[in-house]
Unconditional design. Structure first.
Length: 540
């Protein structure tokens, strides 16, 4: 199979904004605040297959006359697609594990993360043979309603032992209309949002950050003022505000999108963690304050003037040395991982306490498209990613000795690693920025993190106190809702990037924004969502 999807999309000019044309996960499955990222379980039970009895994860397959099946797997690039030669090396390393175990090989299919939505739609509509596709931050609703992916329930019992052991309740985030269409990666099921800043710049201006404090946007602005005055024109404080940004969640981090996007309404939880009334985020006082601050920062030069049209992510902008930091997760390990990727030590500045919503279960979902020739083998390979076999680690970080080296290993088998001398994330022969494969809490730990980070993350997940009253609920975008929901999404995609970039005065733009939302039918969409939520709450 040719690795040609991205080039065709670019030539066709069909790149769509991430999160604009994607919709809810839906479904009526229930959830709980059980930690769903416990990666300690290992399962090796035998499962039946058409080609004979095969292990669900770690054991070797019995002999079979069936030809090995090649699983075409999306590989998400953030401007760092490896050479064909290095991709083949990774494929060969994986095949040495999967071929004897489950009679499968892998073909990695690179797709730019910023073009993921359009890439999936185009590839599937043209009949590309792809076996596993990914959705990021959106759920699988539009893929389902467009008839582009298949349900996976029939394979779960036979081939899903490893992923069920890793995911627990998090698996409920992949249901739409009571059927399983998406499988998340295994990770912590809560987040803590804020801003991360270069330590060398903070030190330069004598700025000390209190790690136990929640900062306000006004206090963050005071830090920006000091840095901007010292660094001068051409140095910016906020990276990652782009032509597709809607960064309110990363800034405030206290809403529940109820398994959809903000276009279906949200629960505003900043001041009331028992609130069950769905609202239009963009008409709220909280969003108005955010918009005013973004505009003020842009006028002061903290945000680049071309942010509303720029497509470079923070991972591309930060290594240039022209930025202080970015809105980002301040969850344990987040700033450290970012530091490794961009080459600067980053300091977290927390803006909100950690919290749990069902959306966290849906940030990364794997689905089987209709173009898969063997959905059973695709699911079997997907399950294998969650087993104790290093395939997920290879997909993320490449080969020991070529990309990374082990500098410490503890009694639990955890490994602390760093790049091989002379290379970094930008020069490594193979390195995946997108943390999407398998069980994240079984991966090697990257210095300068502590080798006990995975255990720290599990403990973090168990101590989260702010929990949405709608945890486990996912709105279903019905046929009656779909046209208005799509119209609202179109309006949101038009206004939010320029507001997040501070490119328009909210005094006028917010009124126009909300008028357009109401004309598109957001109040009707919210009413339908509220009716579903009320019914769900009544059943709990």
């Amino acid at each position: 199979m040719k690795r040609s999807l991205v080039s065709r999309i670019l030539a066709a000019g069909m790149a769509l904004a991430m999160g604009v044309s994607l919709t809810a996960c839906g479904g009526s499955s229930t959830g709980a605040d059980t930690a769903a990222d416990d990666s300690s379980a290992e399962t090796t039970g035998d499962t039946a297959s058409e080609g004979g009895s095969e292990s669900s994860g770690t054991g070797e397959a019995q002999a079979t006359d069936e030809e090995p099946y090649e699983v075409v797997l999306e590989w998400l690039s953030i401007g760092n697609t490896p050479s064909e030669e290095n991709l083949v090396k990774i494929e060969e390393a994986i095949n040495e594990i999967t071929l004897p175990a489950i009679n499968c090989t892998v073909n990695l299919y690179p797709v730019e993360l910023s073009e993921l939505a359009s890439a999936n739609t185009l590839a599937l509509s043209t009949g590309e043979k792809i076996d596993l596709i990914c959705s990021v931050g959106t759920g699988v609703g539009e893929l389902v309603t467009s008839g582009l992916v298949v349900p996976m329930d029939e394979y779960l019992g036979s081939y899903g032992a490893d992923l069920q052991a890793c995911l627990g309740d998090a698996l409920k985030g992949g249901y739409y209309d009571n059927q399983l269409y998406g499988v998340p990666n295994a990770y912590i099921q809560s987040e803590k949002y804020g801003y991360i800043a270069r330590k060398d710049i903070l030190d330069k201006y004598g700025i000390t950050i209190d790690e136990n404090k929640l900062y306000t946007l006004e206090e963050l602005g005071d830090i920006f003022a000091t840095v901007s005055a010292g660094e001068g024109a051409g140095f910016y404080c906020v990276s990652g505000q782009t032509s597709v940004s809607d960064t309110y969640t990363e800034v405030v981090g206290t809403i529940d999108k109820l398994g959809a996007t903000t276009s279906a309404g949200v629960l505003m939880l900043e001041d009331n963690w028992s609130n069950t009334t769905i609202e239009n985020l963009y008409a709220s006082d909280s969003y108005k304050k955010y918009a005013e601050i973004m505009y003020d920062w842009a006028q002061k030069g903290y945000i680049p003037s071309d942010a509303a049209s720029n497509t470079d992510t923070n991972l591309i902008q930060m290594p240039t040395g022209n930025y202080l930091g970015s809105f980002y997760w301040t969850t344990p390990g987040g700033p450290e991982s970012f530091s490794t990727s961009v080459g600067y030590e980053m300091v977290p500045i927390s803006l909100a306490d950690p919290y749990k919503t069902t959306d966290r279960y849906q940030n990364i979902l794997w689905s089987i498209p209709t173009t898969s020739e063997r959905p059973d083998k695709a699911f079997q390979f997907l399950n294998f990613l969650y087993g104790d076999n290093d395939v997920d680690s290879i997909l993320m970080f490449g080969l020991e000795g070529e990309t990374y080296q082990v500098i410490e290993e503890n009694e639990s088998g955890d490994k602390l690693v760093e790049f091989v001398e002379g290379i970094d994330a930008t020069t490594a022969p193979y390195y995946c920025y997108a943390g999407i494969y398998g069980d994240r809490l079984s991966w090697p730990i990257w210095a300068p993190n502590d080798i006990g980070l995975n255990e720290t993350l599990r403990e973090f997940n168990e101590t989260v106190k702010n929990i949405s009253p709608a945890l486990g609920y996912c709105v279903t975008i019905t046929d009656e809702m779909s046209s208005k929901y799509a119209a609202v999404q179109s309006v949101v995609s038009q206004y939010t990037p320029v507001i997040s970039a501070g490119a328009v005065d909210p005094e006028e733009s917010l009124a126009n924004f909300n008028k357009a939302l109401e004309d598109a039918g957001i109040n009707d969409v919210i009413a339908a969502n509220q009716a579903q939520l009320d019914a769900w709450l009544a059943e709990q």
